[in-house]
Design a protein around this ligand. Structure first.
Ligand code: GRF
Length: 216
């Protein structure tokens, strides 16, 4: 069966992108990384993707008259590569409503908190300040509302006494690198759908869409 073609959008270091590229190197992985696009011209992740032999494009958002004009160019680039799933991975650009509308049900994001708690930025510090005992990461469908689309899967980690934002971010990131490839695998296997505003994961054990790690 043909593999699902995934387009990844990044803005920075690209460690989640690298985790997806590595997962997709396995012969039995049902998805392939078709292209990586960055809105930041010198994003370190672009180099990683190039080294891995993935098609890349750097498309600066600067110089476009509005968000949608930029989004349409990015979308055309994804379509050029036959992309069936768009994975945002540290893509730091707010999109026009047109983009998630166009890719509805075929665009996902990973966010370093247990949504709906702590959307937005500086989320690890927000979690520490709130005194929560658990945090983690969420893979969700992207909709026009920031960090608010239907949740597909989550990974939870403890928030430990003495954690600062960097320590907690690193603990969460290790789980991001497990969770994102797992969810993209499920997409490739045709298990995930968006039905009635909810994400449905079919044919996996109950609870499989929640990972829990107590690794420090
Ligand atoms: C990750 O923490 C991701 O959850 C968030 O942005 C960060 C990107 O990191 N959306 P990287 O570029 O994948 O290393």
């Amino acid at each position: 069966m043909a593999k699902l073609k995934v387009g990844i959008l990044i803005s920075g270091r690209g460690s989640n992108m690298a985790a997806l590229i590595e997962a997709a190197n396995a012969a039995d992985y049902p998805a392939e990384i078709a292209c990586v696009i960055s809105n930041v011209i010198d994003a370190p992740g672009l180099k990683i993707a190039e080294t891995a032999g993935i098609a890349t494009a750097a498309i600066s958002h600067r110089g476009f008259p509005d968000r949608e004009s930029f989004d349409r160019i990015v979308s055309a680039e994804l379509e050029k590569h036959g992309v069936g799933l768009v994975a945002l991975a540290g893509f730091m650009r707010i999109q026009s409503p047109w983009f998630p509308g166009h890719w509805q049900g075929r665009i996902i994001n990973i966010h370093p908190s247990l949504l709906p708690a702590f959307p937005g930025l500086h989320v690890q510090q927000q979690a520490i300040d709130a005194g929560v005992r658990l945090s983690g990461c969420t893979v969700h469908f992207v909709t026009a509302d920031l960090d608010a689309g239907p949740i597909i899967a989550q990974a939870a980690v403890p928030v430990l006494p003495g954690d600062d934002a960097a320590i907690l971010a690193a603990r969460i990131l290790r789980q991001e690198h497990r969770l994102y490839p797992l969810v993209v695998r499920w997409f490739g296997e045709g298990r995930i759908s968006l039905t009635g505003g909810r994400a449905i994961v079919a044919g996996v054990a109950p609870g499989a869409a929640l990972l829990f790690s107590t690794d420090p």
